[in-house]
Design a protein around this ligand. Sequence first.
Ligand code: 16G
Ligand code: MG
Length: 559
Amino acid sequence: MNEEQKSLLLNSSSCFSPPQGVKLSYGTAGFRADASLLPSTVYRVGILAALRSLKTGSVIGVMITASHNKVSDNGVKIADPNGGMLSQHWEPFADALANAPSPQHLLLLINEFVAKEGILMDGVSQAEVLLGRDTRPSGSALLEAARQGVTSIVGAVVKDMGILTTPQLHWMVRARNKGIKASEQDYFEQLSSSLRCLEDLIPTEKSKFDELIDKVVVDGSNGVGGVKLKGLGRLLNALVIEVRNSSEDGGVLNDGVGADYVQKEKLVPHGFGSEDAGMRCASLDGDADRLVYFIVQPESSGRIDLVDGDKILSLFALFIREQLSFLNENEGLKNCYPCRLGVVQTAYANGASTNYLKQLGLEVNFTPTGVKYLHEKAAEFDIGIYFEANGHGTVLFSESLIEWLEARTKEISSGSKASEAEKAALRLLAVSKLINQAVGDALSGLLLVEVILQHMGWSIHRWNELYHDLPSRQLKVKVADRNAVITANAETVVVSPPGLQEAINAETGKYPQGRCFVRPSGTEDVVRVYAEASTQEAAGTLANSVTKLVDQFLGLNSS
Ligand code: 16G
Ligand code: MG
């Protein structure tokens, strides 16, 4: 590192002191904390992004958001060159950078790391970082901190992409690195044109809908997703999207609204009421990377029927499986593609969804909680569909399948009637363009759900009847040290503290269809307990008993 670089880093970092007595960690979704604690961390993530760009020779993204957390929180995460999450191999460096106590320590760390990684800081190599933020009031100052971090590395430039959903920024990073146009307009155009393509391919006998089915009502969590959905909605022909709880409506972000609230509380969000009973409703989270649907129950009970990420996954799996069977039906070997379709869930998926998917003959895989784990597993398939019950998920297509579909659809001669196999190829190609290939995206997920429902001629009720969720209950326990809980087998077994799993097994064994897991949260200082059983009451009792066990083994008073 030359003298110019050293003094640039020392000068700029002296303006950003890390908070005293707080240890930050790059968790499942980057750094998150009260916004007042974050300027130094975001500045340092700016440095990290510039270094990552130098290392990879690609554009990197920095997103400032705390997703579904309260409005006074904020957070920051990195989008890697392919638009996915930061390589796990760099996470320890992110932790060390964020917690370096002084500018001198910071410099030392950077020096060591660039030497180890062989990163050239010669002042000639170029780096580029795209910045985005959600609608939180603390976002603009934190974006400025990120800018200072990036530009404290010689040769690094920043592009401020403005207020975006998290998946938009990931999409833009991926597009830029593929040499594709990457503005918000390009994103909207890709989504709307691929939707149109799917709409044009809806079997004619199924394309008649009453008004109710044509419209979806969306809760934007008082965040960025609602605004963007309105922009996207203007480009759509047939689909009518009514947006409520958009950031400009003045409500408080994530307060009694949004996908997290709807999924966890199973209650009607603000802005919805009994007049919406039976309508097709959806909810996004604060940065629009989660999507769940719901049906408001009749009368003013305030309850909803939740149509969660597991059901979205099941709908997508059903549609894609159908297209694959058309694709290979009556085709000679030459026209067949041995497509490996896989689905990925976490242990927190409702057991009924897993049974349903297995009954469809699908390969169901499990990973620990967190998009980075599911995404990585899904990428092993030609088509990998992943979803968490909370609504994070997408459908990944392998490059070789996309190439094959492109070649297959090029052969379709204009004017002649496309065969069922050709239509299926066109549909799959359109799905690969519609659904975000970088990360789960509530906006593109919503369009895909909508067009599949039209394709099937299904109401939300029909969709919700695919299977019946087993009663479940989630609880959280405050413990002395949540990291004392170590799990294995995709979080289904506790290996430490010793004896806890045996105690959970003994308790679970008392309940017909009982399943119960515990794991440390990646975003809150708690241990989570998930229980399923044949009745709601039994699920509740099981969750309570296991909560007590966790407390006995690890409670605040245990050493
Ligand atoms: C984060 C994760 C999400 C996971 C959730 C679990 C990303 C982008 N987000 O929001 O996938 O479901 O954490 O939180 O990876 P928990 O560990 O506190 O339950
Ligand atoms: Mg989110």
